[in-house]
Design a protein around this ligand. Structure first.
Ligand code: NAI
Length: 394
């Protein structure tokens, strides 16, 4: 059976009403199968069948299926990721390469790493590899790479949009229009200008800095940042950003806080009930970094009480978020303040093209023993290669 015919066969299978969550491609030619590659992606359903640029889906397989199978590799693509009977847990035991996406994270826990006897490299299709137990991977000599920079503009744009929609009270205004109502005062009583406000980013790396850059023309009162890694002096100067070294002090000065640091031991639950007390009353909080950086119940309580005027973002402590997750429906005392969406800020079609190419490049380097782009390496052969996932000696 040729690769092409196999691919066509799979494509027609997708057109059926009932489709399995798993697809398997194995090139049975003279070339022996080299590697078992497991990819945990999200199902794109009808949308992915209609839109081939939805590359990060189980249907479109990052656009790498034909390339991999033609080289004799065994590619397994699934969205089924939870529990011991899931495809993810069944296939991880002997896979050599794991590809995951933050948008539908296959959680590679320490336990699973113990069971992954053949695993050498994990590739994150996107940015943010916290769904992998990085310490366990480092201990086992498993490399973890991500496509650094691939979606940082996509997220920065989403952050700016989220800040504006909260500050300007957009969502309830739109909902009012859809309902057929019209009462300007109801919306205007909680709508403000961004001009003249203090905006701070918690984490000033690639995304945080791009957010600051994009905020310059809004004539904010001040742009602040909190990060253990100070910005280069000229970069801080270019956007007029001031560093605040104490976290409570930082949040207490901000009208808007945007969270842009990775999730790791030092940031899990960082924005909790205690820290929220230090926020300005009625501040807005935007988090497109990772849901678990903010305490779910503390944020919901702060919105309900009005301590926070709004919360927006696309990341959740568990993904997909359960139907009864309080962030889906929480509202401030004036009936607004919720800008939550599913995790998609970093998976625009533009971003998908970039991270799909990036995954291919990383795999190519791995297959041919070429050095990886250092910026992509989170865990290298001898441990952490980045300082972004917490302060440690290495
Ligand atoms: P980056 O590595 O360029 O920057 C991260 C910055 O956070 C670094 O400057 C680091 O020093 C800082 N940081 C780390 N721990 C900190 C702490 N405890 N306090 C203050 N600062 C701290 O990463 P990048 O590209 O800016 O991405 C940041 C995060 O955004 C990713 O790790 C990921 O979790 C999230 N992300 C979300 C996406 C989405 O679709 N919602 C897409 C891409 C990234």
């Amino acid at each position: 059976m040729s690769t092409l015919r196999l691919t066509r066969g799979l494509a027609s299978a997708y057109k059926g009403a009932v489709r399995s969550h798993i697809s398997r491609s194995h090139f049975h030619s003279s070339a022996p199968a080299n590697m078992k590659i497991l990819a945990v992606l999200y199902d794109g359903h009808e949308a992915a069948r209609q839109e081939p640029r939805l590359l990060g889906t189980t249907e479109n397989k990052l656009g790498i299926e034909q390339w991999l199978t033609s080289q004799g590799h065994d590619l397994i693509v699934t969205s089924d990721k939870e529990g011991p009977q899931s495809d993810f847990q069944k296939h991880i035991v002997d896979a050599e390469v794991l590809i995951t996406t933050p948008f539908h994270p296959g959680y590679l826990t320490r336990d699973l790493i113990e069971k992954s006897k053949n695993l050498k490299v994990c590739v994150t299709a996107g940015v943010g590899s916290d769904h992998i137990d990085l310490n366990a991977a480092a201990e086992k000599g498993i490399q973890v790479l991500e496509v650094t920079g691939s979606n940082v503009v996509s997220v920065a744009e989403h952050v700016v949009m989220s800040i504006l929609l909260l500050v300007r009270n957009f969502t309830p205004a739109h909902e009012m229009i859809e309902r057929g109502d019209w009462q300007v005062s109801q919306i205007a009583r909680n709508a403000f200008d961004l001009e003249g406000k203090v905006v701070g980013t918690l984490g000033a790396g690639r995304i945080g800095y791009r957010v600051l850059q994009r905020l310059v023309p809004f004539n904010t009162k001040e742009l602040l940042y909190y990060d253990y890694a100070p910005l280069p002096e000229d970069a801080a100067k270019a956007v007029g950003a001031r560093r605040v070294e104490d976290l409570k002090d930082f949040v207490s000065q901000c009208d808007v806080v945007t969270v842009n640091c990775p999730l790791h031991e030092g940031t899990r639950g960082l924005v909790n009930a205690e820290l929220l007390k230090s926020f300005k009353k009625g501040a807005w909080l935007v988090n497109t970094a990772r849901g678990a950086i903010c305490d779910k119940d503390a944020v919901a309580a702060a919105i309900k009480s009005g301590q926070l005027n709004g919360y927006a973002g696309d990341v959740w402590n568990v993904q997909p978020a359960p139907k009864d997750h309080p962030w889906r429906t929480m509202k401030n005392p004036l009936g607004g303040g919720n800008g939550m969406v599913p995790h998609y800020s970093g998976t625009t079609l533009d971003a998908q093209a970039r991270y799909a190419n990036g995954v291919r490049e990383i795999l190519e380097n791995y297959f041919t023993n070429k050095p990886q782009n250092p910026a992509n390496v989170i865990i290298g052969k001898s441990g952490y290669e980045t300082r972004a996932y917490g302060q440690r000696n290495k």
